[in-house]
Write a protein that binds this ligand. Structure first.
Ligand code: ADP
Ligand code: MG
Length: 289
């Protein structure tokens, strides 16, 4: 590769809103055949809103909301921020622990509280009454995320959180396919919510309920199958996978850790530009062959 031609490519990249770590990065895009897309914050806006609260029989909706918000006030997770913003009157929580990719734990009003994936409570052996299990089913079937709230060994409520698919995501997936890349949606969120989002943007391969530490393993597995993988993500939980991918692409709107782990950054966080980035890299390589 001639350095001059590669420099031209990086200059053009800046015009398109693509930051390229170094000219050598473009080399790796040649054989990319797969693109793994993180869901939350990449395909969706990641700006969540609290749309519904369901209390267990005998519990008060306000108690469920206030207890959850008091714990989530200590978390930076987009779900936590949505819940904390929607519920006034939070009280201080003690012994706060972040359970990466699962939820949070802490003490509120002297009660040990869990807030997070329904699986988190079930795996602890906590009771989930049928009216709450139904609420979880309904929420997930409509592509939403159900957050369970529990204390004293049982679930007392479900908070339903909704994210929004970015308007350009479907077109971006279409363009990536047009370049011969097979898209895969990767997320820590529940399988049904992931499938609903995937269907809406035209992706049929979904890997869901993946813990942050396991996202990297998903990329490695694809590579061991002989695939050459681009990964697009924004979160702290995507950083290791972005570094492992043959081409890591970060959303400029994402976390610093994700940007640092990546080869390319889409400055405005516009997924449409991902296809431009791959095309630019290929074109630059063609001129220097
Ligand atoms: P993603 O891969 O979609 O960015 P994460 O790995 O951050 O998701 O989280 C996976 C799942 O764990 C979330 O969809 C949510 O159900 C649950 N979760 C994680 N952190 C929290 C939290 N602070 N409050 C509630 N739920 C949480
Ligand atoms: Mg994300």
């Amino acid at each position: 590769a001639t350095p001059t031609a590669l420099m031209v490519g990086t200059g053009r990249g800046a015009q398109l809103g693509i930051l390229i770590r170094g000219p050598e990065v473009l080399e790796s895009t040649r054989r990319i055949d797969t693109v793994v897309l993180d869901k939350t914050g990449t395909v969706t806006t990641g700006h969540m809103s609290l749309v519904e609260t369901v209390a267990a029989d005998g519990d008060a909706v306000d108690d469920v909301r206030r207890t959850a918000a008091s714990l989530e006030a200590s978390s930076e997770h987009p779900i936590a921020r949505a819940i904390a913003a929607a519920v006034p009157g939070a009280v201080a929580a003690d012994d706060f622990t972040n359970l990466e990719g699962l939820g949070v734990r802490g003490v509120v009003d002297g009660r040990t509280v869990l807030v997070g994936r329904p699986r988190l409570l079930i795996d602890e052996g906590w009771v989930v009454p049928p009216e709450l299990a139904d609420a979880v089913d309904r929420a997930e079937a409509s592509g939403r995320t159900a957050v369970a709230v529990g204390w004293d060994g049982r679930a007392h409520g479900v908070l339903v959180v909704a994210d929004t698919i970015k308007p350009s995501s479907a077109e971006a997936v279409r363009r990536l396919r047009g370049l011969g890349l097979a898209p895969i949606l990767l997320t820590g969120d529940n399988e049904r919510a992931a499938r609903a989002v995937a269907a809406e943007v035209g992706i049929d391969e979904v890997v869901a309920e993946v813990l942050p530490a396991d996202k990297l393993a998903v990329v490695s597995r694809l590579q061991s199958e002989g695939r050459v993988v681009a990964m697009i993500g924004d979160g702290v939980n995507d950083a290791a996978a972005l570094a492992q991918a043959d081409l890591g692409i970060a959303m400029g709107t994402g976390t610093d850790v994700a940007i640092e782990a990546s080869d390319l950054t889409l400055v405005r966080g516009d997924l449409l530009v991902a296809a431009d980035a791959v095309r630019l890299a290929r074109r630059t390589l063609r001129t220097i062959k």
